[in-house]
Ligand binder design. Structure first.
Ligand SMILES: Cc1cc2nc3c(=O)[nH]c(=O)nc-3n(C[C@H](O)[C@H](O)[C@H](O)COP(=O)(O)OP(=O)(O)OC[C@H]3O[C@@H](n4cnc5c(N)ncnc54)[C@H](O)[C@@H]3O)c2cc1C
Length: 601
């Protein structure tokens, strides 16, 4: 079974093999696989053959990773000896090329929500901070900040505190199969009210009003959550749920510069960290490049905080750390770097902070894969703004595939499992009258913000331009991209569902009878393909104090990270059961606490 190969043959074979694997979709990013040097030579000769062996075929495969057909073969012994290009640090910039050194107690990298909250919180308590960011201005996207027990919730009569949150927290942690770090969750839950109240005051000081988005009512109780997503808006921009975060970020930046006289330097890209003592001591500085090409060294006397966002536009990192999401979304993720990515659905940041951490010995988070943030599902009249369409859902063969009563993230995951990742939602006009009014996305419980709920009649008017419709079931289904046989099956499915509703018993998927409605004409349908990608969560191993840790869970002195890049806060997928958890928890509360802790250093 043994096979001798010269180093030159080996490397040639490895390259061809890697290309083959790429073509077959096995290694999505072949440019990044580095064949491990240790496997390609023995003793000191570059032309020496791989040692002859009498070991079993499995063991032999580990020693000779090139198959007879020239494919590069991974197995349990060699797979983790490969290196991806992002794991290899760049050459350091010579001191002579570093034009300036800037020294402060705390250096914060990245002017997204997390970095800004950290700096604002630390400076309020007197810390000496300096921020630089690759973006051209303060940045954020969306606007929903989940919080538990704010003064605003109390004023509006919304009952929500850590005790009331127990059920939903347990459901969420179960959904993540307990992979996530419960210590970080505990810090968030118990300090959420304090930090959101602080945010409400900070925003009010800059002219932004608070608003509360609708919660989610689940007839089965499992996904029910009260009004908990706070957003911030003003009269010019009342749509805080989608456009509030950039205004919130700007308000923090203004507080930092105008009220605390801090500095935020833009268009400056962090390149690598400096860890003393030959990469074993404290992280004391970061080298960055300004727009004019010059290099600058920022020395953090007490801490360097990375708040550089996600890694969704780094295809190699996505392929390694979030492979199933990458397989689905790789064609829509952008390949160029845009440090100003805002309300983008094609990926955000290139993972610079995560890479810089790896280069100085940080470990990757324990939870695998990294949780993507995805939503969509089947569209149609939505009982809750973030719901999957609760009426009849069918696949391209006209068959049902789930209990439809779920939210739009879980609905999206179901849809992505279907043939052609396509599903139809089907309902009758009577559906409009199953509730008195319909809340659109952006609607909030305080009426003054101007986003109104729709009456059934207003809603039906919108359906006519938005969805397929017909006076007959046959006329509706005829518009579907289905074979004639599947159309017939679909019509049968519609009639069967209608009968279940009339009987008050869904014999297939057991939809709660309270929301099981007959399908009466005129008829409407939506066609839904794929899902919406927003971001990917996590990165470096991070303890509850936001210290970046090594493979032994030991904090790397001087190095912190926060925001969406925080490791082990989410598992499986981000599921919107606690909507706005990202801005509320890792970018909000945990960053606020980090600022307080840094000020104490
Ligand atoms: C369309 C959309 C809507 C969303 N809506 C919501 C929502 O309503 N609620 C919610 O909780 N979550 C939402 N999210 C998720 C949201 O992206 C995150 O919760 C949050 O914005 C992440 O903030 P952050 O500060 O960690 O990172 P970012 O906002 O990405 O900020 C990172 C900052 O670091 C800078 N940076 C990156 N690399 C470098 C470098 N090498 N050197 C220097 N600076 C660097 C960037 O330029 C940027 O300024 C949404 C996502 C999308 C795509």
């Amino acid at each position: 079974m043994s096979k001798s190969l010269s180093r030159r043959e080996f490397l040639k074979g490895a390259a061809a093999g890697a290309a083959g694997l790429c073509a077959s979709g096995f290694l999505s990013a072949c440019a990044d696989i580095n064949v491990p040097e240790a496997e390609s030579k023995t003793s000191d000769s570059t032309e020496t053959a791989v040692a002859e062996t009498t070991e079993s075929p499995e063991t032999t495969a580990a020693a000779a990773p090139v198959s007879n057909s020239g494919d590069y073969v991974l197995n349990a012994k060699n797979y983790n000896q490969t290196k991806w290009s992002f794991e290899i640090p760049p050459e350091p910039i010579p001191d002579s090329e570093i034009k300036e050194t800037i020294e402060h107690d705390i250096i914060i990298i990245g002017a997204g929500m997390a970095g800004l909250v950290t700096m604002c919180s630390a400076m309020e308590k007197g810390a000496d901070c300096y921020m630089f960011s690759a973006s051209t201005r303060p940045y954020s996207r969306g606007g929903s900040n989940h919080a538990i027990g704010s003064k605003y919730q109390k004023a509006k009569g919304v009952k929500y505190d850590p005790e009331i949150a127990r059920e939903i927290v347990k459901a969420e942690q179960t959904a993540g199969t307990y992979f996530m770090d419960k210590k970080k969750w505990e810090r968030w839950i118990n300090n959420s009210a304090e930090s959101i109240d602080w945010t409400i005051d900070k925003m009010a000081a800059k002219g932004l009003k608070a608003s509360l988005e609708p919660g989610y009512w689940d007839p089965d109780g499992t996904l029910t959550v009260p009004h908990a997503s706070h957003n911030f808006y003003n009269d010019e921009q009342p749509f805080g749920a989608l456009f509030g975060a950039p205004m919130q970020a700007q308000a923090y930046a203004d507080t930092i510069t105008d009220d605390y006289h801090g500095t935020i330097e833009y268009e400056t890209v962090a390149k690598y960290l400096i860890r003393e003592n030959n990469n074993t001591g404290r992280v004391s500085a970061v080298v960055a490049q300004r727009k004019d090409g010059s290099y600058v060294k920022y020395v953090g006397r007490k801490a360097i905080v990375m708040a550089t966002g996600d890694f969704s536009t780094n295809h190699d990192m996505m392929a390694k750390y979030s492979p199933w999401a990458y397989e689905i979304f790789k064609d829509q993720l952008k390949t160029e770097t845009n440090y100003d990515s805002g309300l983008d659905y094609d990926g955000l940041m290139p993972g610079d902070g995560q890479k810089m951490g790896l280069w100085v010995g940080a470990a990757w988070q324990k939870t695998f894969p990294n949780a993507p943030m995805i939503n969509g599902g089947v569209s149609g009249p939505a009982h809750a703004v973030i719901s999957n369409f609760w009426g009849l859902n069918v696949d391209i063969h006209g068959n049902r595939f789930q209990n439809e009563v779920t939210n739009f993230a879980y609905g999206a995951i179901s849809l992505l499992q279907l043939p052609e990742r396509t599903a139809y939602g089907i309902w009758g006009e009577n559906y409009a009258y199953t509730q008195k009014e319909w809340e659109p996305f952006g609607h909030c419980i305080d009426e003054e913000n101007g986003i109104k709920a729709y009456t059934p009649e207003e809603y039906i008017e919108q359906w006519k331009s938005r969805y397929m419709h017909s006076d007959t079931i046959e006329g509706l289904v005829d518009q579907f991209d289905m074979s004639e046989e599947d159309k017939k099956n679909c019509i049968e499915t519609i009639k069967r569902y209608d009968q279940y509703a009339r009987n008050g018993l869904d014999e297939e998927y057991h939809v709660n009878p309270d929301v099981l409605y007959p399908i009466e004409g005129p008829y409407y349908a939506s066609k839904n393909t794929g899902a919406t990608f927003l971001t990917v969560c996590g990165g470096l191993r991070t303890n509850e104090k936001m210290q970046v840790c090594d493979a032994n869970d030991k904090p790397i002195e001087g190095l912190y990270n926060t925001g969406i890049m925080t490791g082990d806060f989410y598992a499986n997928t981000y599921n919107f059961v606690m909507p706005g958890q990202n801005l509320g928890a890792v970018c909000g509360t945990l960053s606020y606490l980090l600022g307080r802790d840094l000020a104490e250093l």
